[in-house]
Ligand binder design. Sequence first.
Ligand SMILES: Cc1cc2nc3c(=O)[nH]c(=O)nc-3n(C[C@H](O)[C@H](O)[C@H](O)COP(=O)(O)OP(=O)(O)OC[C@H]3O[C@@H](n4cnc5c(N)ncnc54)[C@H](O)[C@@H]3O)c2cc1C
Length: 461
Amino acid sequence: MDYDVLIIGAGPGGIFTAYELVHCSTRPLKTAVFELGNPLNRRKCPIDGKKVKSCIRCKTCSIMSGFGGAGAFSDGKYNITNDFGGSLHEHVGKTRALELMRYVDQINLKYGGEGTRLYSTANSAIKQMCLQHGLHLLDAQVRHLGTDINYIVLENLYNDLKDKVDFRFDTPVASVERVEEGYRITTGDGQSVTASTCVISVGRSGSKWMEGVCQDMGIPTKSNRVDIGVRVELPAKVFQHLTDELYESKIVYRTAKFEDLVRTFCMNPHGAVVSENTNGIVTVNGHSFEDPARHTDNTNFALLVSKHFSEPFKDSNGYGESIARLSNMLGGGVIVQRFGDLVRGRRSTPGRIADSFVTPTLAATPGDLSLVIPKRILDGIIEMIYALDKIAPGTANDDTLLYGVEVKFYNMEVDLDENLETQYPGLYVIGDGSGVTHSLSHASASGVHVARRILESFSNP
Ligand SMILES: Cc1cc2nc3c(=O)[nH]c(=O)nc-3n(C[C@H](O)[C@H](O)[C@H](O)COP(=O)(O)OP(=O)(O)OC[C@H]3O[C@@H](n4cnc5c(N)ncnc54)[C@H](O)[C@@H]3O)c2cc1C
């Protein structure tokens, strides 16, 4: 065998697997990480707001791929909770899942995150205010690293690991096969390496590839969920009483009309809206910097509705993709619309956006989201905006900006046991690519969990 452990993907899942293997092993394990993107210092999105204003669909998206994975330029919000961010606790148990997330938090602090704030919903009066208006605030602690500190933590982790682990960047893995006593992976340029243990951590961007691997190897999967919605952008002052105390508030609302659940997601005080490219489809997201010098006057967050499908429909991601494609077709990428224009049933125009009191932080195409988002979902979003207006007056102002579409693709869920191991001994699937996690903290924690299991199996073969 060429290596002891092969890791596919250098996102948080892959990085924390490598970290734990390096730091907690009694004998050095020969480990390699294969990553289709670039090292951190060569990850550059060409959008500069001047020459390149919107996504030009690079072959490898620097926002989604490379050392740090999809999280590298994220807001670095590490939520320590079992209430959202994934279902790791269903595999490892609630206490252990929280213990793993706290362990990851301590490593982040050690590698550059010290001094960053840990927010908590415990004992918050905001919870009561939400309940009085039919809104439900979920329990969580959140460590906000911010995009800048998150980058420094990743840089420090890389410097720590680079001489102890073989990193192969710009090297997509094409296939994984079982061989006697282990696994062989073959890269896009036809090179093969073998190891007794293989950890797949390919994130959301690797979801299609992961599906193929499961099909080829006969690993059972299930898939039935996609979240569709918009990113809301408004003056930071409107949400300041929430963001100052909680930073990120995960609020859920049940619509009166359809009894659908709409929820806030990924709140970025004083942040910026960004576009992201997943498998050639441009959707919207957001982030913010810890450094006050890089703050904007706006806060952004997503409002999402989960769509769960039942048999015979199986392609929930395909459904989300076709809605995103529609917005890409009409707007050439992300569409932006004033809330006032949406409720009046008219499109936003460049003139109306320019006259708005809220200055967009993303150069998106003014348009009409009602031509893109299914009525039931859009009605739910509008209802929730009015509900939020009761706890944060100003949310339903005409000038509140809505960017669409925001789609959270959920990978199909790979059939895994409590060790996140497939039916094949030594083949693990972790992070967002497993369908078990959907967040930085859960993905990182899943990496630590699997690394500990691997260390056990090497010491007690
Ligand atoms: C803009 C943005 C902001 C976000 N903000 C937050 C936040 O604040 N808090 C939060 O909890 N979550 C956030 N998320 C989500 C978070 O980034 C992910 O949940 C997390 O990165 C998942 O980690 P992962 O290791 O499972 O996968 P990823 O981070 O996606 O990493 C997977 C890696 O595998 C590589 N890969 C894929 N296929 C292959 C292949 N065939 N061969 C080799 N390599 C491959 C990819 O290039 C990628 O680098 C954000 C995401 C985005 C895009």
